[in-house]
Design a protein around this ligand. Structure first.
Ligand SMILES: Cc1ncc(COP(=O)(O)O)c(C=O)c1O
Length: 385
């Protein structure tokens, strides 16, 4: 399939790219002109209306934001909660679970650490956290996962895209595996949503968390949580607050009644600047479309891998282009030094243990890849880095 997106014009919306080869979206997506304008709009509303901005504008913007996310992942607006970060969404769900009968949570060695940290902190309460190891630091063997999930498993919490290797996991298969064992599947999709299409209904995941920081171009302080409709009312969080209350503006302290939709997993006042930046980012991603984005980032990843290979660098990447999202790990014994050298040349990537992470997005070009690989050749001067 070919697309007619004007990638050059889109690139113009990201002023950082005028000078810089920015290849680090898996760490932080770039600020776009629309997100800057949206935050300015928020500031103008604050100036003009004061507290009335809440009722006349900001509450409506929260609804628009939920709608944008629901459109992107293929669910109803009522299945979306806005939370400040992945950890808070995870906490709202985990606080809803009864670990007395099923006390096991399964995650993997390749998942972002906040997931394991959250459950390890509940060891004293009897929660058993199983961290399935990875043999190659790229992927986790599905048989090892199958063996870890049993009738004591309450939850499997893992990523669709592993944050250091770019490996894509088959979450539909995982959802089925979990459900056959009576467990729930929570997907940390911070590295997936936006750069890869997803249909949460088709995949049958129970909970999916993502946020503004990376591929959704909204910056820090905003995350989105899908919770499957049939599940919502069976979950009652104890990490909660007045935004979850059905009668939020009654200010009645004598009872707690939860909202009936996914807003029951929200807790307190959101960061409205982040709501505006996040909505503009999501709107841009929806406009371009995740299918076109995936096509573009696949092409850039294939180009990057081939240039790095030709230059003789060693990579730690998934086995096939189909299972490789737009995160490429270049093996390096001194990744921080390499990242520093590249940044002196206005080429931005980041370091993780054992490697340099390179993550082109739709606003990048093959020229950015070329600039990176030429600089790496110069830094390495004929040897490995
Ligand atoms: C896969 C993944 N999950 C979670 C996070 C961050 O979690 P939180 O929003 O709680 O800071 C990151 C990166 O910052 C990530 O890459």
């Amino acid at each position: 399939m070919t697309t007619t997106v004007d990638w050059r014009a889109l690139r113009e919306e990201f002023p950082t790219l005028r000078e810089t080869a920015y290849l680090n979206t898996c760490s932080l997506g770039l600020l776009s002109n629309p997100s800057r304008q949206a935050v300015n709009r928020y500031l103008d509303l604050w100036t003009s209306y004061g507290a009335a901005a809440w009722y006349d504008h900001w509450m409506a913007q929260l609804t628009t934001l939920r709608q944008q996310f629901s459109r992107l992942v293929g669910c109803e607006e009522t299945e979306v909660a806005i939370v400040p970060n992945i950890s808070s969404g995870l906490a709202a769900i985990s606080s809803s679970l009864d670990f007395s009968k099923r006390n096991r949570v399964v995650t993997t060695e390749l998942d972002f650490p906040t997931v394991a940290h959250h459950f390890l902190a509940q060891e004293d309460k009897g929660v058993e956290t199983i961290i399935v190891p990875s043999k190659d630091r790229i992927n986790v063997d599905s048989r090892a996962l199958e063996e870890a999930i049993n009738d004591k498993t309450a939850l499997v919490a893992t990523s669709r895209v592993f944050f250091t290797s770019g490996q894509i996991q088959d979450v539909a298969y995982l959802a089925d595996l979990c459900h056959r064992n009576g467990a729930l599947l929570l997907v940390d999709d911070y590295q997936g949503t936006g750069q890869l299409p997803i249909d949460v209904k088709a995949t049958k995941v129970d909970v999916l968390l993502s946020g503004g920081l990376k591929w959704l171009l909204g910056g820090p302080g905003i995350a989105y949580m899908y919770v499957r409709e049939e599940l919502i009312q069976s979950l009652t969080p104890t990490i909660t607050g007045w935004f979850a209350h059905r009668d939020q503006f009654d200010f009645n302290l004598s009872y707690m009644a939860f909202k009936e939709d996914a807003r029951r997993f929200e807790a307190g006042t959101p960061s409205v600047a982040a709501v505006y930046a996040g909505e503009a980012g999501l709107s841009l991603v929806n406009q371009v479309g995740p299918e076109a984005i995936r096509q573009r980032t696949s092409e850039l990843t294939v180009d990057l891998v081939s240039r790095l290979g030709e230059a003789g660098f060693e990579l730690q990447i998934p086995a096939t282009p189909e299972s490789h999202a737009s995160i490429t790990l270049l093996k390096s014994s001194e990744p921080h030094a390499v990242v520093k050298e590249l940044s002196k040349r206005s080429i931005i990537v980041d370091a993780r243990s054992g490697g340099v992470r390179i993550s082109p997005y739709f606003y990048n070009s093959t020229e950015d890849n070329q600039r990176l690989v030429e600089a790496l050749r110069e830094i390495a001067k004929g040897s490995q880095i």
